[in-house]
Design a protein around this ligand. Structure first.
Ligand code: CA
Length: 428
């Protein structure tokens, strides 16, 4: 059965049992005919390719890991009540890779559609995926069988503007024995990081890890990730108050590094939670194989940035934006016009390049890394294909997944917002 898993998935995905899609057009947005046409052509071609190639896929024994458990192992925390599943959600089985392998795809595949302002998506050890929805405050789970269910709404979220339920993270070193979900959200009067016991069916009682992060309608930062050093990194925004970023004694316009109790992590450069400063609105962080930390920064109206993050460094905002060559400030490794990027989530892709989701630029930027750690010429992928992109990750199938952001701004296409997994031919 396992050898045929991908073939079954592919066949079912391409229209045999999938429920019909429902148009979700809003009155203030329109379907972009060019984008829709381009996607239709792509899907049509892909469908033919897939059907022709089904026989070749059936022997793929390496795809075997579809028997993943559907619940985190270890003790189940108390205080969790099961959440109802989402009626009518598509159930496209999701072939997952054994560790270190990658499921072969010949075309892009929708993982989930009809999402409402999804912001962050993370992979769990059981090969399910959790995603956050900014405005509904809902954590949702895509199970290894492809089904989509609500895990639970996060109490305390006060969505407005760019604020709401933003980043999610788990500690990969402890999750299996102590399953805890970390979330960054906008509450009344502040942004905060919280921890919640997690089981596949629900969320436990919330504990505040770090409060008092400035919030506003815009520039709330919001990405969370545990670094290879085991500490929790938190990105924050300047909340539109530019001077925050050059005022060291506060938490806006920063990358923070804390323990799971919210204390300044050992070795932080100033003895506070601050790891780096002089940022405007960081929404993407990742580490490459060599241990280098990367961060996107959303520029004002001139330059977006991809930075190499080193502790204590000042990245210049608002004194300088982009590559300035000014003493005392650390320049970005790469910069983009804001019309070409406006970046959010980043990750390190299967081939080691940095991948950066672009909102206004409606693209996935791929930044190759040389062995010495320097960046190669960025490549623009998916331009206009899926609209605005909010996040990018390596999915449980070993392929690159992107999370769209068209339900709050931009041009809505049928099925938005969506998560799409992409073949190697499109992303490397
Ligand atoms: Ca900068």
């Amino acid at each position: 059965m396992k050898g045929n898993y991908a073939a079954q998935e592919t066949f079912r995905h391409w229209g045999v049992t999938a429920p019909p899609r429902r148009s979700r057009h809003r009155p203030d947005v329109t379907l972009d005919p060019a984008r829709a046409a381009a996607r239709t052509v792509t899907e049509s071609l892909s469908r033919r390719t897939l059907l022709a190639g089904l026989v070749g896929v059936t022997g793929a024994g390496a795809l075997a890991a579809c028997g993943a458990t559907t619940q985190a192992t270890g003790s189940i925390p108390s205080g969790i009540s099961p959440a109802p599943t989402t009626a009518g959600s598509p159930t496209t089985p999701l072939p997952t890779s054994a560790a270190g392998t990658r499921v072969a795809l010949t075309a892009a595949v929708d993982v989930a559609t009809g999402l409402k302002v999804p912001w962050s998506a993370i992979v769990l050890p059981d090969r399910s995926v959790l995603l956050s929805e900014r405005d509904t405050a809902m954590v949702r789970r895509i199970a290894p069988d492809g089904s989509l269910a609500d895990v639970g709404a996060v109490p305390g979220v006060s969505p407005s503007g760019e604020g709401g339920l933003l980043g999610l993270a788990i500690d990969p070193q402890t999750f299996t024995t102590t399953p805890v979900l970390y979330a960054y959200y906008s509450a009344d009067g502040e942004n905060r990081v919280v921890a919640m016991p997690y089981a596949a069916g629900g969320l436990g009682e919330q504990r505040t890890v770090l409060g008092g992060i400035p919030r506003a309608g815009n520039h709330n930062g919001g990405r969370l990730r545990f670094g290879p050093d085991g500490y929790l990194y938190v990105t924050t925004g300047d909340t539109g108050e530019r001077d925050r970023s050059q005022t060291r004694e506060q938490l806006g316009g920063r990358i923070l590094r804390v323990t799971t109790t919210g204390a300044a992590a050992p070795g932080n450069p100033f003895g506070t939670a601050v790891w780096s400063w002089g940022h405007r609105n960081v929404q993407g962080i990742a580490w490459s194989a060599a241990g280098t930390m990367w961060a996107s920064d959303f520029g004002q109206d001139t330059w977006d940035e991809l930075n190499v993050i080193t502790p204590g460094s000042d990245y210049g905002w608002p004194t300088v934006e982009g590559i300035a060559g000014r003493g005392g400030f650390t320049d970005p490794a790469r910069q983009w016009r804001t019309s070409d990027a406006s970046p959010s989530g980043i990750c390190v892709g299967p081939d080691g390049a940095v991948l950066m989701a672009a909102l206004r630029g409606e693209s996935l930027w791929k930044i190759p890394l040389a062995p010495d750690g320097t960046t190669g010429e960025p490549q623009r992928l998916l331009q206009g294909t899926y609209g605005r992109l909010r996040d990018v990750l390596v999915g449980p199938d070993g392929n690159v997944w992107v999370v769209t952001n068209n339900t709050s701004r931009g041009t809505l296409s049928d099925g938005d917002d969506r998560i799409v997994r992409l073949p190697e031919s499109l992303t490397g």
